[in-house]
Design a protein around this ligand. Sequence first.
Ligand code: UD1
Length: 417
Amino acid sequence: MDSIRIQGGVALQGKVRIQGSKNAALPILAATLLTGESSLIKNCPRIADVYAMVSLLKGIGCTVNWQENGLCIDASSVNCEELGAEAVTCMRSSLCLLGALIGRCGRISMEHPGGCVIGQRPIDLHIGALRQMGVEFREEEGRLMAEADKLCGAHISLPFPSVGATENVVLAAVLAEGETVLEGAALEPEITALCQYLKNCGAEIEGVGTGRLVIRGGRRLYGTDFPVPADRIVAGTYLFGCIGAGGSVFLEDAPWEEMGAVLELAERMGGRLCISKEGIYVQAPGRPRAVECIETAPYPGFPTDLQSMALAVAALADGESRIKETIFENRFRVVEELRRMGAQIEEQDGSMVLVHGVKSLHGASVEARELRGGAALVVAGLMAQGETTVTGCKFIYRGYENICRDFRELGARVTSA
Ligand code: UD1
């Protein structure tokens, strides 16, 4: 099941329900460790990254079971602080176990975390912040070891609103002694979901949704049921799929409140949107419109995770578009593959591309090299005339439950093989 075949050129039509969010689910699963009790995480997406997290949690002693409506994690007996190497190196989000396990056990030993090959992805901000809370780090035979005799609240200021570093500070701070003030915290909705889960467990966190979080640590936390919010990146992927391929679709449960910058771009590219509390209805009447400049930015800016999809759509637009990537340096690996489909894209420097929209793309054999770039190739396949085969789809399954089924529900001719 490593490749996806698409017969493109068919306008999309119909309704698809948006799955639970990968980037919200993973830190919440890590956070269940802090309770020492059972939590039922509802609407948890069935994706490869969640399976990797489940294997890490089982490896340290949790009992984890899928139920009809979610994932039940019993964290009453965590008996090991060493994380299995394989799951850690294939998934960047394993990094949130750093804060969670230090909070729970006071120590952790793990490989350097992996994830998509979209840049250097250093972890200095995580380490610097946790050091301020009394954590000592050392490296032994390539493994990262962290230990805290006593985890203490601290006044921390992040020089960049790193999503992962914010999550780690929150996770460590809820069981630390005293108060943690985190300035420059990331504003991403996935942080809000994590804080909300922890608050429902009994944690005291103020300033949720702002760049200044105040966490009063040391409270006893209880297990709880919690629903994972819908995935704004998956919703955005299908939204751009419709704008690129044309048609009209309803994205049921799409979290439109969190998608301001995405919806704005979708409209500028020619989408007609109608928002209701049930989701987003999008109509794409013709060829997409070019946009002068698309620039990624931390939330509430345009998300780096949807840059490749916007790029695919711009490839077919009626003019020139510029796309600037400001978060990760390797996010243009998809360019070479889009060129195989007839796209005309000039790389101006490592962080900017100039897209000369063409009238039509043609099907080709292309390779997914990372999660979001891979999904963008499926979108491009829908937009192209003829057959496209995307290989390397294991990356796509890290974040999309069933991208083939979802696009098929929208009338596309997509199969996995
Ligand atoms: C990032 C995205 C997030 C997305 C996730 C998954 C942003 C701001 N963050 O989160 O929306 O859901 O990828 O694809 O768009 N950095 C450092 N040192 C660190 C940590 C980060 O220099 O210790 C740099 C990174 O190299 C990168 C930037 O900060 O340039 C963003 O990092 P961060 O927000 O931490 O990334 P993720 O948590 O992986």
